[in-house]
Design a protein around this ligand. Structure first.
Ligand code: SAH
Length: 242
């Protein structure tokens, strides 16, 4: 998984981002999962401006300091905003199509997988927006994630990320839970996307509740604080090296 990048022929989201960037519109970006009903990501929201961002994301701009790494940056919507606020920013993404769009938007964008150990620059803030921690995929990869974060962060650096506790999906009306404890952590989801005739490969995506995030942070030498709660089991966290 460390050096995986996306072939444009199998990159529905990247193609949607590229279409929207060049024409101002895009077809339906469909999201499929064995756990959820089919859904859709409105492609315009991937180009959201500060005023259209959820409060949790807006708060990231208040908390971020210094040189920024925007991980899984997509269209570069956060990178562009950080640049306008005077930050030095590097954006990384495994999507060649998205990286090309970001470059056209003036962002210092690189086709780099977060888990690629040869990527060795230093940052004051690592930003992972739109449940960006999702790219970790499974809780068993949290250790590897923190190892990468340690390598990339300056001593006083911080990770800012938003995620959700998806336990509400398994909750019955009486408050009991239908969670198969033998099946692994309940926030581990599989997704695949479709756009026009492009089918992406299935990928693992992690939603992590705050307590579980703190557990892995502490195990791996990080402090974890909740900065803000959203309206639907979502939150913004700030992680710093101990
Ligand atoms: N942060 C953006 C986009 C989120 S979608 C926003 O808030 O709008 C998640 C992005 O992460 C996609 O563009 C995908 O290509 C990228 N991605 C997935 N795995 C990655 C990895 N291991 N390293 C870097 N980027 C990754």
């Amino acid at each position: 998984m460390n050096n995986r990048t996306l072939d444009p022929a199998k990159d529905p989201m990247g193609r949607a981002i590229a279409d929207f960037h060049s024409t101002g519109k895009a077809a339906k970006l469909r999201v499929l999962s064995s756990m959820f009903y089919e859904d859709e990501i409105p492609v315009a929201t991937l180009f959201r401006k500060f005023g259209d961002m959820p409060l949790l994301e807006q708060e990231m701009f208040k908390l971020a300091k210094g040189r920024i790494l925007d991980v899984g940056a997509g269209s570069g919507c956060h990178s562009v905003e950080f640049m306008q606020r005077g930050h030095e920013v590097v954006a990384i993404d495994i999507s060649e199509l998205s990286v090309q769009v970001m470059k056209e938007r003036g962002v210092d964008a690189r086709m780099v997988n977060l888990f690629d150990e040869t990527f060795n620059e230093k940052f004051d803030t690592i930003v992972m927006a739109m449940n960006g921690i999702g790219i970790v995929g499974k809780t068993e990869c949290m250790q590897e994630f923190f190892r990468c974060a340690k390598r990339l962060l300056n001593p006083e650096g911080a990770i800012l990320l938003d995620s959700s506790d998806i336990r509400y999906i398994f909750e019955n009306e009486d408050g009991s839970m239908d969670i198969d404890l033998a099946a692994g952590y309940y926030g581990e989801v599989d997704f695949n996307m479709r756009y026009k005739n492009i089918k992406g490969d299935s990928f693992d995506w992690l939603y992590i509740d705050f307590d579980t995030l703190c557990y892995y942070a502490n195990e791996n030498g990080f402090n974890c604080e909740k900065c803000l709660e959203g309206e639907h089991y979502d939150y913004l966290a700030r992680l710093t090296k101990r």
